[in-house]
Design a protein around this ligand. Sequence first.
Ligand code: C2E
Ligand code: CA
Ligand code: CA
Ligand code: CA
Length: 287
Amino acid sequence: AKDAGGNRYELADPDSDARAIDRHSLTNHLPGALERDEFFLEYQPLIRMSDGRVDGAEALVRWKHPVHGRLGPDRFIPLAEHTGLIVPLGRWVLEQAVRQACSWQERYGSARARQDRPLRVNVNLSPRQLHHPDLVQDTISVLEAAGVAPSSLCLEVTESALIGADEDELKPLRQLAELGVDIALDDFGTGYSNLANLRRLPATTLKLDRSFTQGLQRHPADPVDVTFVEGIVSLAHALGLAVTVEGVETEHQADQLRELGCDTAQGWFYARPASADEFAHDWAASA
Ligand code: C2E
Ligand code: CA
Ligand code: CA
Ligand code: CA
């Protein structure tokens, strides 16, 4: 009966074959994708809540797959992480994004008298990059080659990637932070949040996960979510950390998050991720 059950399940799930083929084709195409120049970046603005001005943008990688077309990072980052391709891919992302920041700063920096706060760029780091011995040197080289100040770069790392990290493992991030690179704890609030751990991490910003701001879309907002955001904001500020909120989709949400003291916001309410040119046209030029 067990076997029959298993077979029925397989028959009832024709997608599993398609998924296996899909995975196979992704695995085959991924190693050469960097050389074939199939990756590209989109940028999503980060908005300062106090005055609604743009602070910078998060770089998000996409893959123009020869067979499947445009693929989001959730489809291939885990695979790249697994195969190790994430290291050269991540370096490519960093280089592109930092060069882009340089070009925005050249075009819009001085004209807008924003020398005090030039447009910045956020780049995601995967666990494997984080533990790579060349991280610090690579990052410094990329910044120097582009002539961009360390404070114009924010590296986003997930909290879970830092779980259990000892002082030696945190050293590279600490060195980067000392140079002036911002370090954001991405997806904060998911996984194994350890508030006590927060004190010893070299982070400058908390990025509060979308799942915690969703309850603020409702009228009235979910009181538990309000309390949660309030608590995190006051804790973060007490520790000297800025708070960025992800997944802001409505004006109602944005208004509440501003009132709750969040510093920076990102989400579809402001803009979807788009090309560097679109970002420049829609945001940087009017900053
Ligand atoms: P993330 O770092 O948490 O990035 C935010 C994700 O939320 C992005 O998905 C973005 O498009 C999406 N998003 C932004 N605003 C909204 C909103 O208002 N509502 C909703 N529902 N979603 C919103 P995306 O681009 O598909 O990226 C997914 C994940 O892939 C990222 O999550 C990040 O973990 C990873 N990723 C993206 N680019 C890179 C990269 O260059 N390197 C590494 N290692 N990971 C990357
Ligand atoms: Ca991120
Ligand atoms: Ca995130
Ligand atoms: Ca996420």
